[in-house]
Design a protein around this ligand. Structure first.
Ligand code: HPA
Length: 271
């Protein structure tokens, strides 16, 4: 696998003048963050050797190079979801390429359902930790010691210092932040009321169908992670209504400028 990763990284290096050490994954409905980026170049996923091609509605699928918060960044517009049929090695392949490109900081965003009774639609949740409920593990199989250790520590999966900085920035910008645990599930179904309730009972504040695989591989790769969920619907007993992908996209779109402001400011203050 390392050969493929190196091939892809070499291709990307050949296309850009300098390689950033910060990367951003834009989740469902959060593609508008791209408007905040001063773009220098774009590469559609289908032109990148070994990259899977994104299929789902609302994910256009390209790698964007540019500046945000005065720093060079790479952004993934569109990610690879397990429910689309990709295996975990494919879902997390871009993170391996980031590792090869020597990315140090990864910003991750997603749309999620909120189970915490104090959450409202449109809230931004800073992910403090996760619970992995995917049926396949991205590090399953023989470990390549050149990429990371066999048994990675996950006690600081969402970097404490970055979280502290994000909390401080949100306070200064007067943006309300919620905090909590993200549960990663395979989807593509949204949850039944009983499943939302179960996820709440086991310690979840929000649930979604992404992020956890990428964050696991980023930790294996020693890339520091900061991640946000936009709460697009509520899985709270008494407040559960029908959910659609369109509503999720709409709610994410409304909240995304606030999340973008936090990410931009955190990027500006890093280093
Ligand atoms: N459940 C799972 N994934 C989601 C949800 C949800 O309620 N909302 C947005 N993504």
């Amino acid at each position: 696998m390392l050969e493929k990763i190196q091939e892809t990284a070499a291709f990307i290096k050949s296309k850009v003048t300098s390689v950033p050490d910060m990367a951003i994954i834009l989740g469902t409905g959060l593609g508008d963050l791209v408007k905040e980026i001063t773009i220098t170049s774009e590469i559609p996923y289908q032109e990148i050797p070994n990259f899977p091609v994104s299929t789902v509605e609302g994910h256009s699928g390209k790698l964007i190079f540019g500046e945000l918060g005065g720093k060079p960044i790479i952004a993934m517009q569109g990610r690879f979801h397990y429910y689309e049929g990709y295996n975990m090695k494919e879902v997390t392949f871009p993170i391996r390429v980031f590792q090869e490109l020597k990315v140090k900081y990864l910003f991750v965003s997603n749309a999620a359902g909120g189970m915490n009774g104090s959450f409202e639609i449109g809230d931004i949740m800073l992910i403090e930790d996760h619970i992995n409920l995917f049926p396949e593990h991205p590090l399953h199989g023989k470990n390549d010691n050149r990429l990371g250790v066999r048994f990675p520590d996950m006690s600081n999966a969402y970097d404490k210092d970055m979280r502290k900085l994000a909390a401080q920035v949100a306070k200064e910008l007067d943006i309300k932040l919620q905090y909590g645990v993200y549960i990663g599930t395979q989807g593509p179904t949204f949850e039944t009321p009983s499943e939302y309730n179960y996820f709440r009972i086991i310690g979840g504040d929000a649930v979604g169908m992404s992020t956890v695989p990428e964050v696991i591989v980023a930790n294996h790769a020693k890339i520091k992670v900061l991640a946000f969920s936009i709460i697009t619907d509520l899985g709270i007993i008494g407040k559960i209504v029908e959910v659609s992908h369109e509503e999720v996209q709409e709610a994410a779109k409304i909240a995304q400028p606030k999340m973008a402001a936090i990410i931009r400011e955190v990027i500006q203050r890093l280093n």
